[in-house]
Ligand binder design. Structure first.
Ligand code: BGC
Length: 766
């Protein structure tokens, strides 16, 4: 037994026997009798020993002492964090990223405070920790739940080896607005796909046993409706109707709760006039009430005190009152709870049961993580050394990176590239960039560590690569905490690019957004190629039309000119540490692209919000003059629809069958389809099933994704794919949030994208 354990054990023998049963039981036979004590009993026992201030302390989360991921606290509220920690007034720390630092702070919490309650250490492990996977939107494009789960698993292994036991992921916000920079953090626009991915990510982070030292608690965020910020501007209000709330926004959160997510984070936005952080309706009525969520809710960064700025609370005391009553259990770096909550209870404004409920939830997760068994279980430097940046982690992120690439367009058989005898011009400011493709949110990683496209292509020796930057994308340094200054004037390098392009058989242009041009606080009003990239593209096109455009970006872009003129377009997002290798593998055909868009690409910003599951309107008819639902200056259709993605081979769909044309509400409906690989390459296809409920008491979208399956088919091979539709897929939420299935006529569509035309019909009878 270490000195530390001996000391704690002797204190707790007298004061808190529940704790001994946990973290020293292996060493102390006398504890056998309480081994089976349930976590609930342990939590209750501990709670009964806590002072009001200590309870409030558990509800207080500070950012680590140097790192920030949000604005600094307002004057007058900041505290001496270390002093608070020693007094037991801190339950959690965020932004710790090393076993050394984690151990140092944990030691204070467990050795220097009266009750020795360990800290839970949170961090934004959004798409990998040290070894970075593709940004979440990109991973969603893989539609490969196994690969996504594995990616989260690796993130958990690396994060837990760095002292972290709680990630603020997955972000499960549905969004239809690519102006919002945070679409890069989510799974796109669809609640069905989003729910499946939420489950896969939570499973990856939390594993089967949270108490293992390589699993971490997940956090579904941001509850709720943050993805619907008005005009795509971050932190803006959200005003949406009940149908959107219940059918689009909430399902991925419900899926997260059903899959056992331990925590949720609420959100910066107000929802229909009430800040989500102060919404009793969302947190108590729906989440903890109707859904029975028994984990805890953390606020977003200072979102409790921000209710003052919203004009919803008078001051921090009022904000603390509203948030606690509404069900926000932990205050992230907001200083409202730690400064005000105990006083509010003493003044009789808040009942102590509210505090007890929150603390119970927080302690339960700490027990489940095994922190009371061994508070240092995530702080082992040997484990840290062994488990970070391993080759097998790089192999796995390379695998999911390849699967995340979407082939948007491929004419003239330019792709896959020939492996020998070609002169390839590689042009673009992102072509030899080792930083951008790490994406936004990569706090635990090191800058400039991605494999660039140039490096990836150089691994193939048969061709000659001529590299030119073409332009500088921005002026000065880029940093997660700084605004990017885009270069809009200096086009002096374009002439070198033109000269190089003239000499080449094929030109690969790597253009798009820098990794710090999307993410939190990075909303845009234009979604074109930033800076002088469009000019560069057009100038190069004038001298060589054999262009493969490789896009790096964190959101759908409006690239109508490129779509019209450039023969090949590859959506390569920001793919993480192995980006350049993944891109090279796909360009050379060593991986046949299989990704499908998880978000619609608009033709222009004016079409936004644009999404595949739109409503028909009362005037859907084309080809009548003027008075139908359309624009006079743009088509209604997107540039690339949801679910779109090509392969080097082709797939044919036929024999769509529904097993019964008149099922009852309680029957399940079997749908089968034959898919054949009709092209020249082995390949993978995401077979997608959509339904349309033709008449609804609340109008239904023209298509809703209700099933998908990723299949592999060898050249010439066919497979029959079967889907089963149950009540869960055929119903919807009414405006009270109740799930209903309405008898009536349905269409079912199956194909390789949301615009598939292959359809069948059935009718649900009473
Ligand atoms: C973001 C959260 C994040 C938190 C902590 C906030 O600004 O909205 O998603 O988890 O900061 O870094």
């Amino acid at each position: 037994m270490t000195k530390y354990l001996a000391r704690r054990a002797s204190i707790f023998c007298l004061t808190a026997p529940f704790l001994i049963g946990c973290f020293s039981k292996k060493n102390d036979e006398s504890m056998i009798g309480i081994k089976d004590e349930t976590i609930t009993e342990k939590v209750d026992s501990l709670l009964s020993k806590m002072s009001l201030e200590e309870k409030v302390g558990q509800m207080n989360q500070y950012s680590d002492f140097w790192d920030v991921t949000g604005p600094p606290p307002k004057e007058g509220v900041a505290k001496d964090k270390l002093e608070d920690l020693k007094e037991g007034l801190v339950g959690s720390i965020l932004n710790i990223n090393s076993t050394e630092e984690a151990r140092k702070l944990q030691k204070i919490a467990v050795e220097d405070t009266r009750l020795g309650i360990p800290l839970i250490m949170g961090y934004d492990v959004i798409h990998g920790h040290k070894t970075l996977a593709p940004i979440p939107l990109a991973e969603a494009a893989s539609w490969d739940l196994e690969a996504i789960e594995k990616s989260a698993r690796i993130a958990a292994i690396e994060a837990s080896a760095s002292g972290i036991n709680w990630t603020f992921a997955p972000m499960v916000d549905i969004s239809r607005d690519p102006r919002w920079g945070r679409v890069m953090e989510g799974a796109g626009e669809d609640p069905f796909l989003g729910s499946k991915i939420a489950k896969a990510r939570i499973k990856g982070f939390q594993g089967d046993d949270l108490s293992k030292n390589n699993t971490i608690a997940a956090c579904a965020k941001h509850f709720a409706a943050y993805g619907f910020s008005e005009a795509g501007r971050d932190y803006n209000p959200v005003d949406i109707g009940n149908s959107t709330l219940h059918n689009l926004v909430l399902p991925p959160f419900k899926a997260a709760v059903d899959s056992g997510v331990k925590t949720l984070m609420n959100s910066f936005n107000e929802l229909n006039g009430i800040p989500a952080t102060g919404s009793k309706y969302l947190q108590r009525d729906i989440l903890k009430g109707k859904w029975g969520f028994d984990g805890f809710v953390v606020s977003d960064w200072a979102s409790i005190s921000e209710m003052v700025d919203w004009g919803h609370a008078e001051d921090n005391r009022d904000a603390a009152r509203i948030a606690a009553i509404a069900g926000s259990d932990m205050d992230m770096e907001g200083y409202a709870y730690v400064n005000e909550l105990a006083k509010l209870v003493k003044d009789g404004v808040i009942k102590e049961e509210i505090i007890d409920d929150a603390v119970r939830r927080i302690l339960t997760v700490k027990f489940e993580l095994g922190l009371f068994d061994d508070p240092y279980r995530y702080c082992d430097p040997v484990n840290e050394k062994e488990n970070i940046g391993k080759k097998e982690h790089h192999d796995a992120v390379l695998d999911v990176a390849k699967k995340s690439i979407v082939l948007l367009k491929n004419e003239n058989n330019l792709l896959p590239l020939k492996k020998q005898g070609q002169k390839i011009a590689l042009i673009g400011p992102l072509a030899n960039d080792k930083n951008s493709s790490l994406g936004s949110w990569r706090l635990g990683s090191d800058d400039n560590t991605a494999v660039s496209v140039l490096e990836g292509l150089q691994n193939y020796k048969g061709n000659e690569i001529l590299f030119e930057e073409g332009i500088d994308l921005f002026i000065g340094e880029t940093d997660f905490r700084k605004e990017i200054v885009v270069n809009t004037t200096d086009n002096s390098k374009i002439k070198n690019a033109i000269a190089t392009a003239k000499k080449a058989d094929v030109v690969i242009m790597v253009l798009g957004e820098h990794g710090f041009q999307s993410g939190e606080g990075r909303s845009r009003t234009e979604l074109d190629l930033p800076g002088l990239q469009q000019e560069l593209l057009e100038e190069v096109y004038k001298v060589n039309k054999n262009i493969v455009l490789v896009l790096n970006n964190g959101r759908p872009l409006t690239i109508e000119w490129a779509d019209k003129n450039i023969p090949c377009i590859v959506e390569a997002w920001q793919l993480g540490s192995q980006s350049g290798n993944a891109i090279a593998n796909v360009l050379y055909g060593d991986y046949n692209p299989s990704g499908k868009l998880p978000m619609t690409f608009p033709r222009n910003v004016g079409q936004i919000p644009i999404y595949y599951n739109y409503k028909n309107t009362g005037r859907p008819v084309e080809n009548v003059p003027v008075f139908w639902s359309h624009y006079i200056d743009s088509e209604n259709t997107p540039l690339y629809p949801f679910g779109h993605g090509l392969s080097y081979t082709t797939f044919e769909y036929k024999n769509l069958k529904v097993n019964s044309d008149k099922p009852t509400v309680n029957d399940s409906v079997k749908v089968t389809v034959d898919v054949q690989n009709t092209g020249d390459f082995d390949g993978k296809e995401v077979v997608q099933l959509y339904i349309r409920d033709l008449v609804g008491s609340i109008t239904r979208p023209v298509k809703e994704l209700k099933g998908f399956e990723l299949i592999s088919l060898k050249k010439g091979e066919s497979k029959t794919v079967e889907f089963v539709l149950t009540k869960n897929e055929l119903g919807f939420f009414d405006n009270n949030g109740d799930f209903i299935v309405e008898p009536g006529k349905f269409k079912v569509f199956v194909g390789g994208s949301s615009i598939t035309k292959l359809e069948e019909n059935f009718e649900i009878i009473e």
